[in-house]
Ligand binder design. Structure first.
Ligand code: PMP
Length: 309
């Protein structure tokens, strides 16, 4: 399995209209290109294994978070969530791509403004075919990054801003150089924040623990979903709190979670095995449950899924 897009998409959505894929472009002089004045969402579409029927996972939640990111960036336009949902479905339907898909919504400052420009705002929605990487399925080896996670008062991780991924890329490239599958980033205070594209859970004393929303993380939709599923499964809540670096090395289990990563087991931190070095039971149950709900293999949590057809 690879992360490489398969068929070339034929269409995209630009400012609410379906256009040829090749026309979904921005000029090099936009504040989006010049200053990173852009926010985005990554959203997954799951195909049911028997019917092939496709469902968008947590579409409304992603549209709402895009709007929150736009507000924090003081974009001088807002969209109705219902419009964002409709335009996203238009883009998916126009392409008629089968299987699992990945959608990107990008709201950006268009035009030729200066650094402080807050408009005009444009919105592009693109769709590609996407599966998952082998490491995300079989287990990841993670390294604690020497790069510090961006602080809320510098480049807030709470905003899903394109510019934040500069910090993430430095950590990703370093992790690859050092032979890891993924990076774990610490806050300026040395506490565990998140991975460059996913949040982190560790299991301690049998309970999943994830960094609090005040730990310079993106307020992840998957993280919230996992906490909800765990509460249902275990009849008790998981923990959201500050996590020390040394807790990584003592964790009984660990996994990354995010739209792209889904629930991806972590088997080692800094080459020290997590637990016995195999995928743990809580991770395994949460992953199965998450995928079942996402793919529509179960009737429950129907509200998480928006049917494409
Ligand atoms: N943190 C970062 C930095 C991310 O890019 C992502 C992926 N969107 C996540 C966490 C996970 O967020 P979500 O579950 O909403 O996809």
């Amino acid at each position: 399995m690879t992360d490489t897009p398969k068929a070339t998409p034929q269409f995209a959505s630009m400012n609410g209209k379906v256009v040829p894929f090749a026309d979904a472009v921005m000029h090099v002089t936009t504040p989006a290109a010049a200053y990173g004045a852009a926010v985005f969402e990554g959203i997954r579409v799951y195909a049911h294994p028997d019917s092939g029927r496709q469902y968008v996972l947590k579409l409304t939640e992603h549209c709402d978070r895009l709007r929150r990111s736009m507000r924090l960036m003081r974009f001088d336009q807002d969209y109705a969530t219902t419009d964002l949902v409709a335009w996203t479905l238009d883009a998916i339907r126009a392409n008629r791509l089968a299987g699992d898909l990945y959608i990107r919504q990008l709201a950006f400052i268009d035009g030729q403004g200066a650094m402080g420009a807050t408009g005009p705002v444009s919105l592009a929605i693109t769709v590609v075919q996407r599966t998952r990487t082998e490491a995300a399925v079989n287990g990841l080896s993670c390294g604690v990054s020497s790069w510090t996670r961006i602080a809320d008062n510098a480049s807030p991780a709470r905003i899903k801003a394109v510019a934040n991924y500069h910090n993430g890329r430095l950590a990703v490239m370093e992790a690859r150089r050092n032979g890891f599958d993924a990076a774990i980033m610490l806050t300026a205070q040395g506490k565990v924040a998140e991975a460059p594209g996913a949040c982190l859970f560790i299991v301690r004393d049998g309970v999943p623990v994830t960094s609090s929303v005040n730990s310079d993380i993106l307020e992840s939709i998957t993280r919230a979903a996992v906490l909800e599923l765990y509460r249902e499964m275990a009849g008790q809540p998981g923990q959201e709190r500050t996590i020390d670096r040394t807790e990584l090395y003592l964790a009984e289990e660990a996994f990354l979670c995010g739209t792209g990563q889904e629930v991806a087991p972590v088997l080692a931190f800094d080459k020290l095995a997590v637990g016995d070095g195999r995928i743990g039971p809580i991770t395994s149950r949460l992953r199965d449950r998450y995928v079942a709900v996402a793919r529509g293999l179960t009737e429950d949590h129907a509200g998480w899924r928006t049917a494409v057809a």
